[in-house]
Design a protein around this ligand. Structure first.
Ligand SMILES: O=C(O)CCC(=O)C(=O)O
Ligand SMILES: [Fe+2]
Length: 203
């Protein structure tokens, strides 16, 4: 049976095994969430992403941006990006997320989905530049969207809704054993911004 999560309890692990996922619900109030959503749409130099799939170069409808403590280079799906330095809002959000999750982060991948028809396919955030088993904190603004985890061997699924201003953290062995995706949906007509705070291994 697949699991559906609707209660908010940050202390509860949403995964039955092989990793840890905690959902904190809204981490800022409605007004603050509206403010950040507006600022992020306005101030981030959003660009279409380019991915490589089945030997083809695909320009995604969703837009992305990459920020960090230093101009880290990050390669995924064969494209390399150089991190921009934190905007004031991103810095505030990073500090709040670090306090709530009791972890630190040095970079952030941002995604802008213009409507429910844009999503992200099954993947794990296990790129070689990332700290192994490092925590990844996901902050969402705008349209509420479904988010799904799938265990790589048992295929068990865990689903939850990510609301406006919400915080989710994935840690431990989650990326090793689970994939996740943001399914596209015709039911959502408005946009959403997602931030995933990560740790790039520096040495
Ligand atoms: O938009 C989301 O909620 C998920 C984004 C994601 O999985 C990623 O950036 O790696
Ligand atoms: Fe991801």
């Amino acid at each position: 049976m697949d699991l559906f999560v609707n209660e908010i309890n940050p202390g509860q692990n949403l995964l039955p095994k092989d990793g840890i996922v905690n959902y904190f619900g809204p981490m800022v109030n409605q007004n603050q969430a509206d403010f950040y959503f507006g600022q992020l749409q306005k101030t981030i130099p959003w660009e279409h992403d380019v991915i490589h799939m089945f030997g083809k170069r695909i320009v995604t409808k969703r837009k992305v941006a990459w920020y960090g403590d230093s101009p880290f280079e990050y390669t995924y799906s064969q494209s390399t990006k150089k991190a921009l330095f934190w905007t004031p809002e991103l810095m505030e959000l990073k500090k709040l997320v670090e306090k709530l999750t009791e972890e630190t982060y040095n970079s952030c991948l941002l995604n802008l989905y213009h409507s429910g028809e844009e999503g992200m396919g099954w993947h794990s955030d296990d790129e070689k530049e990332l700290k192994r088993n490092g925590a990844i904190a996901s902050v969402s603004f705008g349209a509420e969207r479904k988010f799904v985890f799938k265990h790589k061997t048992t295929k068990k699924k865990v689903e939850l809704q990510l609301g406006h201003g919400s915080l989710l953290v994935m840690k431990g062995a989650t990326q090793e054993h689970w994939s996740h995706r943001l399914p596209p949906t015709k039911k959502v007509g408005t946009s959403r911004v997602n931030l995933t705070f990560r740790t790039i291994e520096t040495n």
